[in-house]
Design a protein around this ligand. Structure first.
Ligand code: ATP
Ligand code: LTN
Length: 347
């Protein structure tokens, strides 16, 4: 691939921009990897990509400070270990680019109380944490709109649960552009149609999630092999004992379908091949094979993450370079916005 500077200098070539973030509010899971980061890593040749750790968003629920710090840096190391090349992608920590907080405040003033009140995530999270329904949780979508609009992206890859926030971002951008002229590009949500949706191993009708407290239904990127094998051995299947009990039927056999999907993602085999491979075998053999495939998929990621986490100088350099690259683009948009709304330029 040609160097970034050379590409940027070629005025004929306008690459589409893509941006996404994950809150460091829990340890990244196999779901985060197969459903998001793995697919991000495959796009670097085609798009200009920005990926960040949404640490400011994590403050909307109470965090243990040392854990938040550890998970944020660990997430940076994991992004790289999962294949996001820092020379081809802009990787950064949200709070290292103050433009996010500043534009977040400005966009708060262009986002309506009624709009924020309709957000499903706000309703769900405030019902779940009734003792901490704070202002940040309510205005979260305005900060998310700032995260996005600062970089003028074409696409924002997110899970289905975040689509409403990207739609609100579009509404806010339209409103702002309507008043001040074309300041923001209107981004599209990018929701992979056939992307993996990895389910909880113990409750296969529920998404595997990093903020799940129980831990045994989810596999984290940093789990050691013995833990991974134990979790897969305990994974819920069903009482089918037939010759072809390993077959893809998500409606009637959600546990088996989930394991097949994970096995398919890790080995590249399709469902028919997997059914043939396990014909005549019971679930014990199948679950052990899925566990082993996951262990081998995650092993290089875990080892590389551990190596990077220990290399403090490298990680710091990564954070600094990422924040500098991101700030350059973000500040350009912020300067324009400040001028449009009437803030005095800093002398
Ligand atoms: P939380 O528990 O904090 O809500 P989460 O584990 O559900 O977090 P998100 O931070 O909401 O994950 O998601 C980050 C990205 O990872 C999104 O693009 C989302 O679609 C993807 N993702 C997360 N979990 C899964 C999963 N189980 N299967 C597929 N994709 C997933
Ligand atoms: N709200 C998202 C995380 C997030 C995000 C963003 C995603 C914060 N800012 C900007 C895409 C673009 C979540 O909870 N998954």
């Amino acid at each position: 691939m040609r160097p970034a500077v050379e590409r940027a200098n070629n005025m004929d070539e306008k690459r589409k921009v893509m941006l996404s973030g994950i809150q460091p509010s829990g340890d990244l899971t196999l779901g985060s990897y197969l459903g998001a980061i793995k697919t991000w890593a495959e796009r670097a040749e085609q798009f200009d990509c920005y990926y960040f750790m949404a640490d400011l968003h994590s403050l909307t629920s109470r965090q243990v400070p040392a854990d938040l710090r550890r998970r944020t840096l660990e997430q940076m190391a994991q992004y790289v270990a999962c294949g996001l090349d820092p020379d081809k992608n802009t990787l950064f920590i949200q709070s290292h680019v103050p433009a996010h907080a500043e534009l977040g405040w400005i966009l708060n003033c262009y986002t309506m109380f009624g709009e924020l009140s309709r957000m499903t995530q706000f309703k769900e999270k405030s019902a779940k944490n009734a003792d901490n329904v704070n202002g940040g949780l309510f205005t979260y979508p305005a900060l998310m709109a700032a995260d996005i609009l600062l970089y003028q992206p074409d696409y924002v890859p997110v899970g289905g649960d975040q689509k409403q926030h990207v739609e609100l971002t579009r509404d806010v951008a339209h409103r702002f552009n309507g008043i001040y002229g074309d300041v923001f590009k209107i981004p599209e949500p990018y929701i992979p149609k056939v992307g993996a949706r990895v389910m909880d191993l113990l409750e296969p009708t529920k998404k595997m999630s990093k903020s799940d407290k129980t831990g045994n239904g989810r596999v984290c990127l940093m789990d050691d092999p013995a833990d991974i094998m134990r979790k897969f051995k305990r994974a819920v299947t069903d009482s089918d004992t037939g010759e072809n009990c390993v077959r893809y039927d998500p409606e009637n056999k959600p546990g088996v379908a989930n394991l097949m999907q994970i096995y398919a993602s890790c080995t590249g085999r399709d469902y028919d091949q997997i059914t043939a491979e396990f014909a005549g075998h019971g679930y014990g053999d199948f679950k052990a094979a899925v566990g082993e495939a996951v262990v081998e998929t995650l092993r290089p990621i875990r080892e590389e993450s551990q190596r990077l986490i220990k290399d403090k100088a490298y990680l710091e350099d990564l954070c600094r370079t990422g924040a500098e690259k991101a700030s350059y683009v973000a500040n350009k948009t912020l300067r324009k916005v400040r001028k449009k709304v009437g803030l005095v330029a800093m002398p």
